[in-house]
Design a protein. Structure first.
Lengths: 145, 142
């Protein structure tokens, strides 16, 4: 194993992670909800009366983030995203992520952050599984052939 | 209204966290997942930072019955480690490794106008809709 020192951003990532933790903390304590993106979005596909507004408000806030970060941060402060996957891979990935997160009741935020924070065995199993598959798929794509 | 404002602001804070941490950069995610190549450990610090804060918040939340705005505190009750949990995580992990997007960063990427972010979210929503159709078939009484 070699470390990719060029792309390693310890302070930004730790700081960003703390913001994710603060947002998850505020969501459970102030609004009484688990901050899980796949659940928040997926719930809109089976809309129930009185269960829509909070999801929309949260998602709009998230959608505003790129604009706010554009205002707050000097341009070029963050590296531009590198998206290597082609259109077909992106579409297949979208299908897998959409179906898988709903079937498995959560994603990186709901299981990975909130679930591990509350020491849920279910979320530990989920996180180890999706991370394991992530390692495996990247290994196969980058090193197997 | 108080609720809607707080939900919006928390969504914004979460989105900013994703952007700052590097989660919205699929190259960074894949760099983290590539332990046999040039490994970028950044995302381990994202998890560490988030859980360090979340741990105390959820410990506190478990002792409460209502949220700060006076409503219900919705904590998950299920404890069962079952097939859907594992199969779902397998499918999700495969998709995550394939493109480097998970749901939150996909949405933020779409909002920032990335064409591939839009494409990812469109297919993610289709995947979620397929799950709803599958779920209705499976849970239909025989």
């Amino acid at each position: 194993m070699t470390i990719d020192w060029i792309h390693f951003t310890p302070w930004l990532s730790l700081g960003g992670g703390i913001l994710l933790g603060l947002a998850s903390a505020a969501f459970i304590l102030v609004n009484g909800r688990i901050l899980g993106i796949s659940g928040i979005l997926g719930g809109l596909l089976v809309p129930r009366l009185g269960d829509i507004g909070w999801r929309i408000a949260f998602l709009l806030g998230m959608a505003a983030a790129p604009f706010v970060s554009g205002l707050l941060l000097p341009s070029g402060y963050l590296e531009a995203p590198r998206i290597e996957a082609g259109y077909i891979a992106i579409a297949v990935a979208g299908l897998l992520v959409g179906f898988g997160t709903r079937y498995g009741s959560g994603c990186t935020s709901g299981h990975g952050v909130c679930g591990l924070s509350r020491l849920s065995p279910r979320s530990l199993v989920s996180t180890l599984t999706f991370m394991g598959l992530g390692f495996l798929v990247v290994y196969v794509m980058r090193h197997a052939f | 209204m108080q609720h809607r404002i707080s939900e919006f602001l928390i969504g914004l804070l979460f989105g900013l966290g994703l952007i700052l941490s590097g989660m919205t950069d699929p190259g960074k995610v894949i760099g983290f997942l590539d332990i046999f190549g040039a490994w970028d450990p950044s995302l381990a610090l994202v998890m560490a930072g988030a859980i360090a804060v979340g741990f105390f918040a959820f410990a506190f939340a478990k002792k409460r019955t209502v949220n700060f705005l006076g409503g219900t505190l919705h904590l998950p009750k299920s404890n069962q480690i079952d097939k859907p949990l594992v199969i779902g995580a397998v499918l999700f992990g495969a998709g995550w490794g394939l493109a480097g997007f998970c749901p939150g960063p996909g949405l933020v990427s779409m909002a920032s106008g990335q064409v591939k972010g839009v494409l990812f979210v469109v297919f993610m929503v289709i995947g979620m809709q397929l799950f709803e159709m599958f779920n209705r078939r499976v849970s239909k009484p025989k």
